[in-house]
Design a protein around this ligand. Structure first.
Ligand code: SAM
Length: 390
């Protein structure tokens, strides 16, 4: 029989509003083993739903299904959720053969990430529940997609918060250290074993493709946080020259390989700290027609938010200073601690600092394979503005 967890006040309201996260201090009583599926009830013992239990994380319970009538999830119902997630992404395959197949709570599988890179699939289990599910996920993947290789990139630091070890494990098929994928008309090498995230920032795909469309022939473009060159390469198809920066040598090397793979000769890559490099470019009176800012999350926790706001403002001020009149700034924040109105406020502050009129031409977010669960505001984490500078 499944363990029962009793929620009080705030926890109950979370369950009723279908927010999947229940914090430890919102639990009145309950005990279970790590990763167990438990029945969640309110003070009157009315069922709120079924959730996965994490004994070490601040988030003690993550709902899998909600409501009084919901039945305890089974291997069959979890497989159905997995297959439904794959089905929802069918249309995206036209744009790329690299896509997120499963996105955790938003696909009803708390803590499970599955990213496909061509013939390889990379899994990430960010909760004990997802960790326990991995053997089943491998079997479902083999049945549904027959990937050549399945890898677990369980080296994400957040696993520590769940008491899970950091490790990279080959789970099935061939050992592939890297694969080639396509995105729009471009080819990218993905470093499966040591690349950032699970290998690529798949969430920015639509923004990269769109950026490639709005860059004008002959533009001079700056990509200040380039990683494997995503935005830079899409821009390079039209631009006259692209400068791509990253402070990771590994990222710069990977971007260099991608430039060569696509036969581009108008991209200059530099390893360096963009905060300093942008200041130097301003000092040298360099100007650009388009700038991309896609920095890492400056705020991972609420306590880091103050400093993050300063960081975002500063980097956006510098980018705005580097733009010619009529120039384009594509600027992102992937901190879920920073909701879109707050990010917009930062951009307003940056525009005011440089004393220029700035038009919002597109307000964008994460691509559709990273769905937003309306009841989980934290799942809308990527904000991306395309701005036209006066
Ligand atoms: C969110 S990723 C960029 C992803 C990229 N735009 C893409 O679409 O693939 C952020 C990148 O910024 C780099 N980075 C972090 N801090 C930096 C800094 N101070 N200066 C330059 N690059 C930095 C990281 O190495 C990482 O590659």
């Amino acid at each position: 029989m499944a363990a029962e967890f009793l929620l009080h006040g705030k926890g109950r309201r979370r369950g009723q509003s279908r927010h999947p996260w229940v914090f430890r201090d919102q639990v009145e009583a309950g005990a279970a083993s790590a990763g167990a599926i438990v029945r969640v009830v309110d003070e009157a013992r009315r069922q709120l739903g079924w959730a996965a239990y994490s004994p070490q994380s601040k988030i003690a319970l993550r709902f899998i299904v909600f409501g009084a009538a919901a039945e305890c999830p089974t291997a069959a119902s979890l497989k159905a959720a997995f297959l439904a997630a794959l089905e929802r992404r069918r249309a995206l395959r036209e744009r790329s053969d690299a896509l997120r197949l499963v996105s955790s709570e938003a696909d009803g599988l708390p803590g499970l990430i599955a990213d496909q890179y061509g013939e390889a699939v990379v899994l990430q289990a960010l909760t004990p529940f997802a960790e326990a599910l991995l053997p089943d996920v491998v079997a479902w993947l083999e049945e549904a997609l027959q990937p050549r290789s399945i890898l677990a990139r369980n080296d994400a630091a957040v696993r520590r918060l769940e008491g899970l070890p950091l490790e990279v494990k080959h789970l099935a098929g061939a050992v592939l250290p890297e694969v080639e994928i396509r995105e729009g008309g471009l080819r990218f090498t993905v470093d499966l074993l040591q690349g950032q995230k699970t290998g690529m920032f798949l969430d920015q795909r639509a923004n990269r493709l769109r950026f490639g469309e709005v860059v004008r022939a002959g533009d001079r473009v700056l990509d200040a946080f380039a990683y494997s060159g995503g935005f830079a390469l899409h821009a390079a198809a039209r631009a006259s020259a692209v400068l791509a920066l990253d402070d990771s040598q590994r990222a710069v090397d990977l971007a260099g390989r991608n430039v060569a793979l696509n036969g581009l000769c108008n991209v200059t890559l530099e390893k360096g700290n963009s905060f300093q490099r942008l200041r130097a470019l301003i000092r040298d009176k360099e100007m650009f027609d388009a700038v991309v800012l896609d920095p890492p999350a400056f705020a991972k926790t609420q306590s880091e938010l103050e400093g993050a706001l300063r960081g975002y403002r500063e980097i956006n001020v510098r980018a705005l200073r580097l733009l010619r009149p009529g120039g384009l700034l594509a600027t992102s924040s992937c901190s879920y601690q920073m909701p879109e109105p707050l990010f917009e406020e930062v951009l307003r502050g940056a525009a005011s600092d440089v004393g220029r009129d700035v038009l919002v031409i597109e307000r964008r977010g994460q691509d559709a394979d990273h769905p937003v669960l309306l009841s989980l505001p934290e799942s809308r984490y990527l904000k991306c503005f395309f701005l036209r500078v006066g």
